[in-house]
Write a protein that binds this ligand. Structure first.
Ligand code: ADP
Length: 611
């Protein structure tokens, strides 16, 4: 429960104003409710002609009567007067009119109280999603190699809704129900404290029975949400891999796998739902037991000699008692919703509270890149107890030079360049810009001077213009066109019907590989960074596209410091220095001709490619 209060404080606080409105409207609703029910007393009196007594008006200031006696007596007096003047049937009509009006007022207030809760509920949903989204953007890449993407999507959708549900039903429980219960209870006491005393003794016993059932729900819900995550992960994987699934005719085996997951989900959620379904009938049954007991006890009192209330008032009492059961039942519903929501909150907090080891320094130094970028004795491991990926890497890239990294797949080339923008931090050693450790720079400044072109260009479902202008503010159309020209992209963009405003589809699906690559180069051109990292940017292209892309890259590299991971050695012949990597270590270094002349590992790689 303490956990739950914390969650409420965290998310409901900005919406206090709405809460106050809800409290006020709920109070009015309760008052009108009691009042409308009380009209049942005179109606019954008239219908059953049970009251032949003659009433005289007791002045409100008169002594010797209790407030309750005055209220009842004077109400009866007014009704009998009315019957005398307009007849019983017309009086009934007037009472029914009153009933209609008070009920209208009550339901309006009730609607109002629910309506002011809507902004809270939707606001909380949005707040949680935004919080998660920001956190996801701030977490280091390493976090996502451990967590599956579908799992994160599941937490952003399903779990967030669960928490919202849980908060909303508990707010109902904390605002509406206590108000209703207080008003109803006061009415019960007002009508007959003897009967109410009796009722109070019975209620806690029944409430305890209800509470017992809800205990196990949290654990079961956690398991169910985990199964939901598995399901989402598979959907996500399938969407990303449709091409391969179809090509390898793996539809059936994927369907089997998915069917197993959805089946486990079905079993788990069925258990949770069954348990939840028990809540309503259970409270209904216990409620009726209560009513039956009170009916018997109260009925016996009325049938006896010294009845504390008359029969019509007793019926009114029973109506209010029945009404108080609903909010009590809702308490039991909340005892189900809260553990379910808290289970989801735990899963959300796993992301929100995930530590972020890659942080800005307390006192950042000013970024400067006038001389060089150096790696000094850099070691790197992805997992503390895993394989060492980089071993004692030392090199210096002077400003303006082109630097290439080659080596067979898995040698650690991508890992090495990922360390420069601090996607990961070194495990030992340091990386320095003009002698300053990059961990002493603000991440924003550091990444600001680095441009990135990947093997697999990363584009977004947006227009060509916005994809090129990505991450740069206040861009003019001329600048974008200029960048596209340098990137050899302008011509093919102009051939599109909508030119720069063409939408390129999910991840740029509507473009060819080479076109995608040239857009991502145009993006790097526009950002105009002093340091450029190319990760096998031409690896996956055909010869013609490669020529166009290589041309674009050459133009881009000419005025910059470039670190290029190269697949085809032909593209790096002119580099100022080439690092040859093997299993995480630098085995050779030098210019192309020097390395060929040396006749070592590089020459072997070169020979293999010329074959
Ligand atoms: P290259 O770019 O030279 O092909 P990588 O730097 O991609 O090589 O990979 C080097 C090694 O690091 C490989 O053995 C690979 O399995 C491992 N590796 C790459 N990324 C991760 C990761 N996110 N978590 C754990 N290991 C990884």
């Amino acid at each position: 429960m303490r956990q739950f209060w914390k969650v409420l404080k965290r998310y409901v606080r900005p919406y206090r104003g709405y809460l106050a409105g809800s409290v006020a409207l709920n109070m009015f609703s309760a008052i009108f409710n009691v009042f409308s029910f009380s009209l049942v007393i005179p109606m019954l009196q008239i219908l059953f002609k049970i009251n032949e007594a003659v009433y005289t008006f007791i002045p409100w200031g008169a002594e010797g009567y209790s407030f309750k006696e005055k209220v009842l007596n004077n109400a009866y007096y007014e009704v009998t007067k009315l019957i005398d003047s307009v007849g019983a049937s017309n009086t009934l009509l007037i009472l029914c009119g009153f009933l209609g009006i008070t009920t209208l007022l009550k339901t309006s207030c009730y609607f109002g109280s629910s309506a002011v809760m809507v902004p809270i509920s939707k606001g909380i949903l949005r707040d949680m999603r935004m919080q998660l989204y920001r956190k996801i953007l701030s977490l280091p890449l390493g976090f996502f190699s451990q967590e599956r993407r579908g799992d994160i999507i599941a937490r952003m959708t399903g779990d967030v809704s669960e928490v919202e549900n849980s908060i909303m039903s508990s707010l109902d429980m904390l605002i509406k129900n206590p108000i209703l219960i207080v008003f109803y209870f006061a009415t019960l006491l007002f009508i007959s404290w003897q009967l109410t005393l009796f009722t109070i003794v019975v209620v806690p016993v029944l409430a305890w029975v209800m509470g017992v059932i809800g205990k196990q729900l949290k654990r079961k819900s956690l398991q169910a949400q985990e199964m939901w995550s598995d399901t989402m992960s598979q959907v996500e994987e399938t969407l990303g891999g449709l091409r391969v699934i179809k090509a390898f005719i793996a539809e059936d085996s994927m369907t089997d796998r998915f069917s197993r997951t959805t089946d486990s989900l079905r079993i788990k959620t069925a258990r949770v739902s069954t348990r939840q379904a028990l809540a309503h009938p259970m409270s209904e049954f216990l409620g009726t037991v209560l009513i039956a007991i009170v009916l018997w006890f109260g009925g016996s009192l009325i049938l006896g000699d010294k009845a504390p209330i008359d029969a019509s008032t007793f019926i009114f009492y029973m109506v209010i008692l029945y009404s108080i059961l609903n909010p009590l039942k809702d308490f039991s519903k909340a005892t189900y919703a809260i553990p379910k929501g808290m289970a989801s909150m735990e899963r959300i907090d796993k992301i929100l509270n995930a530590p972020n080891p890659i942080r800005d320094p307390e006192k950042p130094e000013k970024v400067s890149f006038q001389k060089d970028l150096t790696f000094e004795h850099v070691d790197f491991l992805y997992d503390e107890d895993g394989k060492q990926i980089l071993k004692d890497i030392n090199f210096t890239v002077e400003k303006g030079k082109t630097f290439a990294i080659v080596g067979e797949s898995g040698a650690g080339k991508s890992t090495l360049v990922d360390l420069i923008p601090r996607f990961y931090d070194v495990s030992a050693g340091s990386i320095k810009l003009d002698g300053t450790d990059i961990r002493n720079l603000r991440m924003h400044d550091l990444r600001g001077i680095i441009g990135y072109v990947n093997q697999e260009p990363i584009l977004f479902n947006d227009t060509i213009f916005n994809n090129i202008a990505f991450g740069v503010d206040n861009v003019t159309e001329e600048q974008v066109i200029e960048a596209a020209k340098i990137a050899n992209a302008h011509d093919f963009i102009m051939e599109k019907e909508e030119g720069y405003q063409t939408n390129i589809g999910d991840r740029g699906m509507k473009l060819s590989g080479g076109q995608r690559q040239r857009i991502s180069i145009a993006r790097a051109v526009l950002k105009n960074p002093p340091i450029l990292i190319l990760d096998e940017a031409t690896a996956s292209l055909d010869t013609e596209s490669e020529r166009l892309v290589q041309e674009a890259l050459d133009r881009l590299m000419s005025s910059r410091t470039t670190i290029a991971i190269a697949h085809r050695l032909s593209t790096i012949k002119n580099s100022d220095e080439i690092l040859v990597m093997k299993e995480g270590e630098i085995v050779e270094r030098g210019r192309h001709d020097e390395l060929i002349a040396k006749g070592g590992y590089y020459e072997k790689l070169n020979d293999m490619q010329s074959l």
